[in-house]
Every structure is written in structure tokens, then in C-alpha cells.
Ligand binder design. Structure first.
Ligand SMILES: Nc1ncnc2c1ncn2[C@@H]1O[C@H](COP(=O)(O)OP(=O)(O)O)[C@@H](O)[C@H]1O
Ligand SMILES: [Mg+2]
Length: 332
């Protein structure tokens, strides 16, 4: 039994409540609730197209023009980010909360030396002189594992490898010691060795700086490696959430159970989600009535035509949205 206290006892650092995001009149994110305990790593996991990135982008109000927040609230240390104006948000971005993306090359400014890009947030939010900011930036570049940081700081993104660029992004994101780091598929574009190094780096920073991390991934292996808590998304909703050890031991949603098949085994065998789960994620215009997973679910019955609620599943703050949680273990 997991006995760690939850929201009523510790205030969550981040709390997303019933978030809805509309594109062209359709709720592509449709009632997402999740939270992050201070100093913990929370993973949002799910196949491509389920709404992970839009959820992540909405937290810092960085949604593309086509998408709007259509309902719900996002609280950072109690402050409602959905109610803030652009000026207040600028004070938060890169300062109290930062985001890093899958493609570091695309996120860095190609025309600016990488050291300058790390310094920017310090000059903006802390009002440091450029000499003081340079010194801190070099220390941070070294902290994230960039050798010879003085020389590297003077280089441009194209002179660095993908892994080094991702380290620069992380340095820029962390330079103001944010309380929250959002990392959207931060290692997907990197090769396996560099991937492991970047994940290790994020864990170390969580431990040393106390940053709460929201990591977005389609990879259950990354969840197993990194996360304390997990929110599994499907069809624009969180269909299961709770502590990683509880959910890995006894998933209460068939989708989670099938995603777990994709975690690497000790013998090196690993199935892909696409091979394991029959069919494809339907687009937001084609979600079935009731449970959105039902047309791919091995446990489907008539009751699944009604939408299941996100219900507690025995263990402390383990929740899932499924009529057949008690039968998930039957899935071979
Ligand atoms: N800029 C956009 N314009 C139109 N549709 C979008 C845009 N961004 C995302 N979508 C749609 O919203 C849904 C969720 O996207 P996203 O959050 O990027 O999913 P994920 O990160 O889980 O792969 C998808 O169906 C996607 O096609
Ligand atoms: Mg995405």
C-alpha cells in the first residue's frame, strides 16, 4: 500500500484540472487532470497523437495559434496560469518554469552563440550584468556535462552535436533554477547512449536542484527509468494515473497493460506499441462513444459504450478510467 501523502497534505507544485484544448472546434485535449508533487518526476506517456505535446505546451501557454484552451485550470504553486496575461507569463517562462523540446537544433537560435542563449534568461529575469551572466552560464554548461565550456560557449549550434545541443537547451532551461522543468520527448531524437546520458543528467538535476520534472514520452522504458508518478494518456484524456511502482505492478487500464509490453525485458526482447496494440489511435474526430479505447480493447463489452469515470483503484491515488479494471490481469 502506498502511503505517501497526496494533495491534501502536500501542495502539488503543478496541478492541471480538467484541461480542454480546442482545435477547429474539436476538443483534442478533453478533460485532462494531472499533478506533480514537488521534487518528483512525473511522466505523461501515450502513443503519438493522444495530446501530450498540446497539454505540455498549454502549461506555459505556448500553444500554436490554431489551438486554444477551452476549459479547466493550470496551477503552478497555486497560481492559475490560465488566468495570467502575457506579461505575467513572461515572468514565469524560463524563470519559475521552463520547457525543452525534442529537437534542440530547432529550438536554439542558429545565429546566436550558445553561451549567449544560456545567459539570456539570467539577464532578463535576474538582471545580471553580462560578465556575471557569462560566468554563471559557463558554470551551468559545465554542470550539464559540456567539456571545455568556455570554448563551447562561443560556438554556434551547428558546431555542436545533437546531444551537446540538448545539453545546451537544458542549461538554458535550468539557468534560473526553475521549480518546474517540462521536457517534451527530450531524448527521442538522440541515439541510445546519449539518450541515457541526458536522462541521467535530468535525474541528477532533480536531485541536486530539486526541480520538479514533467517528462513527456511515448516510451514506457523511459517511464520505468525516470518517473516517480505516471499519467497515461489516450484520446485526449488521462486514462490512468498514479505512482509508477503501483501501476507497473498492477495496471488498472488495458491500454496501460498493453503499453507495458513495450518495456525492454532483461533478455533484450522488446515489442513496439504498434505491434502489441491492434489498430491505430483514432483521430479526435473519430473517437468512439463511451470508452475511447474500446475498439482496440481485448476486454470490450456492451457497458464500454458508456464513458467510464476516472475512479480510484484501491491503492492511494491510483486512478483509472475503465469498467473492467478487475480483469486487466487476464490480458496475456
Ligand atoms: N498545430 C496543430 N494544428 C492542428 N492540429 C494539431 C496541431 N497540433 C496538434 N494537433 C492535433 O492534436 C492532436 C494531439 O496532438 P499532440 O498533442 O501533438 O499529440 P502527441 O504529443 O501526444 O503526439 C493530434 O491529433 C494532432 O494532429
Ligand atoms: Mg508530441
Amino acid at each position: 500500500m502506498n502511503t505517501e501523502p497526496r494533495s491534501s497534505e502536500i501542495r502539488d507544485l503543478l496541478s492541471v484540472e480538467d484541461l480542454r484544448i480546442k482545435i477547429a472546434g474539436i476538443n483534442v485535449v478533453d478533460g485532462v487532470s494531472l499533478s506533480a508533487r514537488p521534487g518528483k518526476i512525473v511522466a505523461i506517456v501515450g502513443e503519438s497523437g493522444c495530446g501530450k505535446s498540446l497539454t505540455a505546451l498549454s502549461i506555459l501557454r505556448l500553444l500554436p495559434k490554431a489551438a486554444q484552451i477551452a476549459g479547466g485550470h493550470i496551477y503552478l504553486e497555486g497560481d492559475d496560469l490560465t488566468a495570467m496575461d502575457e506579461k505575467a507569463l513572461q515572468d514565469i517562462r524560463g524563470n519559475r518554469a521552463s520547457i525543452i523540446f525534442q529537437e534542440p537544433i530547432a529550438s536554439l537560435n542558429p545565429l546566436m552563440r550558445v553561451g549567449t542563449q544560456v545567459e539570456e534568461a539570467l539577464m532578463l529575469h535576474r538582471g545580471l550584468s553580462s560578465a556575471a551572466a557569462r560566468q554563471e552560464a559557463i558554470a551551468m554548461l559545465s554542470h550539464v556535462g559540456i567539456p571545455d565550456p568556455e570554448r563551447r560557449a562561443r560556438q554556434y549550434p551547428f558546431e555542436l552535436s545533437g546531444g551537446m545541443c540538448q545539453r545546451v537547451m537544458i542549461a538554458a532551461a535550468l539557468i534560473c533554477r526553475p521549480r518546474l522543468l517540462i521536457a517534451d520527448e527530450p531524448t527521442t531524437a538522440l541515439d541510445v547512449t546519449i539518450q541515457a546520458q541526458i536522462l541521467d543528467l535530468m535525474k541528477r538535476l532533480r536531485d541536486e536542484v530539486g526541480t520538479t520534472i514533467l517528462i513527456i514520452t511515448h516510451d514506457m522504458g523511459v517511464v520505468a527509468e525516470m518517473a516517480d508518478d505516471v499519467a497515461v494518456m489516450y484520446g485526449g484524456r488521462v486514462i490512468e494515473s498514479g505512482p509508477v511502482d503501483v501501476i507497473f505492478a498492477a495496471p488498472a487500464h488495458p491500454y496501460t497493460r498493453l503499453l507495458l509490453e513495450t518495456v525492454p525485458k532483461l533478455d533484450g526482447a522488446r515489442k513496439t506499441a504498434l505491434r502489441t496494440i491492434v489498430g491505430m489511435v483514432p483521430s479526435a474526430t473519430a473517437w468512439p462513444e463511451g470508452c475511447r479505447f474500446r475498439n482496440r480493447c481485448p476486454l470490450e463489452t456492451d457497458v464500454c459504450k458508456q464513458r467510464p469515470g476516472l475512479e480510484p483503484k484501491g491503492q492511494v491515488w491510483h486512478r483509472a478510467e475503465c469498467w473492467h479494471s478487475d480483469r486487466v490481469a487476464e490480458i496475456a
